[in-house]
Design a protein around this ligand. Structure first.
Ligand code: PRX
Length: 650
């Protein structure tokens, strides 16, 4: 990468580590220096210690019941997630503290105190009830990053209706599949949202997704853009401002069992069908509360900003549930980082005095490319801690972030975790851990992560293999909605009794974890998980396509980019227009983030004699490497001809 690096190379060449500063007084810096050993010796007591910091309507009888792969945490405990995120602060001295400071892309803004949030969440919960939503019913939420998104999630939690949030970048068809799988009776949406100065057509997508067979009975619609009043369907759709605003602001929170489902969130796996990852209430709240407190080190006067969207797990755990259960003040931002100019994030940091910033490596690499002049326009001296998530961070980007955003004074926490793990699993503890750029460092106390070889043996320091988790943890997924077999097969069959992450990793001589990326057919594009199978299914859905194979290719900014190899039907001829058409087809079927960067036409795809497409070879072709072993190919000439075509095109 070419940048005006401001001395980054020099910093990297020193192979430098970053010891904790004595001035950083960590929340986890309890007088006991052996928190890791203590948590390892008795993880149940360790987690129960955090659980006691939450409010329970009824205490638990037993911390853990573990019959692999089924875990139950805080047995018979009763609590409510929205009560823990809102009521307990609204009823304390924090009642007038800002909970959400929201800024829309056009520059409009709103602030909600904890007291405001309690009123709004309760009104929304009453509105859901008035639409017939009951405890146990699933509710789909498809909203831009507006306060109503967090309010809706908490309102669902308040009445015990599991939510299924769908990222606003997904298409009508993706909504339809997820609504169908979750059998949601209500969808909460908006007319539109703002992104890079344009309107995202959310309501149009919802209308296209809901047909006569849909389980959806009603749509509750936030008026955000005011451009789509004619898309309201009478008898089915109701405006948020008509229904929610007139409700009572008192709604008793349901007493939920610790193991009652809090939400499901769809994510991509190795098949074409997204899986609804199920999280329950008690363990998830304990995991997100604990990790937010220690990793983001929230103090009462912090202003915390996680730039994720609530459509992804990061927004669930580190916008809605973790920070609010800790009583944080946080910033929410609706739009893109380059609107109206490339300094929007830094403008927000300076305007609200953000002290903790959590973002993705892909964003950091983009900022790096744009250059230091944008952060340099603003006074960002309020920042004291930085975090990253979603994909491996290259040491150059880490050091750039530390230097140019953190002003060489803020620790950077590289946090490894997944939709399935619910909360961060591997991360430094700021103020305690010595940092190494590019390494997520160590497992969180109480998390038994390990790297194993194919046979399941732990690799020694210096070795590489598969990342596994050997003991249960509170916020672990409890299943895939409606598909127990897939849950067992996907996560628990490779190493029985141990959770298989599908990530490769290596261990350095000091026992630090270095994450290497996915080992399955999942592509990580700008920290978004996309399955090769989903993109392939979208491509073959086009009548001109006979067969398709997709792979992830390394990309400077996005981490990985999607490359598709396509064979077309006999009577069709290839053209640039067809490339554009196919890219658009994928964007329409799944969403713009799944649009392939490159499409190559192939007369044939490389296959084994049993007919399996050899993606490994396609990766070699796309990344210009010497071809790996081709002896198992049915027709080795196929890949050679692909390679020469690819080289001609480059
Ligand atoms: O490959 C890992 C990568 O993101 C995957 C999980 O994606 P998702 O469920 O969408 O959750 C993303 C946000 C938690 C993982 O299997 N990943 C996530 N964080 C990191 C990472 N890879 C390397 N370093 C990280 N810090």
């Amino acid at each position: 990468m070419t940048t005006n690096d401001g001395g980054i190379d020099a910093l990297l060449q020193e192979d430098r580590t970053f010891p904790p500063s004595k001035d950083f007084v960590s929340n986890a810096n309890i007088s006991d220096p052996d928190i890791y050993d203590k948590a390892k010796a008795d993880p149940e007591s360790f987690w129960a210690g955090f659980a006691k910091e939450l409010d329970w309507f009824q205490g638990w009888d037993q911390v853990l019941d573990w019959k692999a792969p089924d875990a139950k945490w805080f047995i018979n405990g009763k609590l409510n997630a929205s009560y823990n995120c809102v009521d307990r602060h609204a009823k304390s001295e924090k009642r007038n503290k800002a909970a959400l400071i929201w800024e829309g892309e056009p520059g409009d803004w709103k602030v909600y105190t904890y007291w405001d949030l309690l009123r709004e969440v309760s009104k929304c919960a009453n509105a859901l009830k008035s639409l017939g939503v009951q405890k146990g019913d699933r509710v789909t939420i498809y909203l831009p990053m507006v306060p109503e998104l967090v309010i809706s999630m908490l309102a669902c939690a308040r009445i015990g209706a599991p939510h299924s949030v769908i990222f606003g970048g997904f298409s009508a068809e993706s909504i339809r599949d997820r609504v169908e799988d979750s059998q949601s009776k209500l969808i909460i949406t908006a007319d539109g949202g703002y992104r890079r100065g344009s309107i995202v057509e959310l309501k149009q997508n919802v209308n296209d997704a809901i047909n006569a067979d849909s389980p959806i009975e009603n749509a509750l619609v936030v008026r955000r853009t005011g451009h789509a009043d004619d898309l309201m369907v009478s008898g089915r759709d109701v405006w948020w401002h008509d229904l929610v605003d007139s409700q009572s602001s008192v709604c008793e929170p349901e007493s939920m069992d610790s193991e009652d489902m809090l939400f499901m969130l769809y994510t991509s796996g190795t098949t074409g069908k997204p899986k609804g990852i199920v999280h329950t209430t008690g363990g998830y709240m304990v995991g997100t509360y604990a990790t937010t407190k220690w990793i983001f080190d929230l103090k009462d006067d912090d202003v915390y900003w996680c730039t994720a969207d609530c459509g992804w797990i990061t927004g669930h755990s580190y916008i809605t549930y973790g920070p609010l259960s800790n009583g944080a003040t946080q910033v929410l931002y609706e739009g893109s980082p380059d609107y109206p100019d490339k300094d929007r994030f830094w403008d927000i940091v300076a305007k609200y005095g953000v002290s903790i910033l959590y973002t993705a490596p892909t964003a950091i690499r983009t900022f790096m490319r744009w250059g230091e002049e944008y952060p340099n326009r603003h006074d960002m001296s309020t920042l004291r801690l930085l975090g990253t998530v979603g994909e491996p961070i290259n040491p150059e980007a880490w050091v750039w972030y530390w230097k140019n955003i953190g002003g060489e004074r803020c620790p950077v926490v590289d946090t490894w975790w997944q939709t399935e793990t619910g909360s961060v699993m591997i991360s430094p503890l700021p103020g305690i851990t010595t940092l190494k750029p590019g390494s997520a460092t160590q497992a969180f106390p109480g998390i038994d992560a390990d790297i194993v070889d194919d046979k399941g043996n732990s690799v020694p320091p210096g070795g590489g293999g598969y990342l596994v988790v050997k003991q249960p943890w509170p916020s672990m997924l409890r299943g895939i909605y409606g598909d127990k077999d897939r849950f067992v097969e996907q996560y628990w069959s490779k190493y029985p009794g141990e959770y298989f992450t599908s990530d490769g990793a290596k261990l350095d001589e000091e026992g630090y974890f270095w994450l290497l990326g996915r080992v399955d057919d999942v592509i990580n594009v700008s920290a978004h998980r996309i399955s090769t199978m989903e993109v392939e299914s979208a491509l073959v859905d086009n009548p001109k396509v006979a067969e398709a194979a997709c792979i992830g290719k390394s990309h400077e900014v996005k981490g990985q980019a999607i490359v598709a190899f396509v064979t077309i039907k006999d009577q069709i001829s290839t053209s640039d227009d067809l490339v554009t058409e196919l890219k658009q087809h994928v964007a329409t079927k799944i969403g713009p983030m799944a649009r392939p960067d490159d499409i190559y036409f192939a007369a044939e795809l490389p296959k084994t004699r049993s007919g399996k497409i050899m993606r490994r070879l396609l990766r070699d072709v796309a990344e210009g490497r010497t071809l790996g072993d081709t002896t198992t190919l049915a027709d080795p000439a196929v890949v050679e001809s692909l390679k020469s075509q690819y080289e001609d095109d480059e």
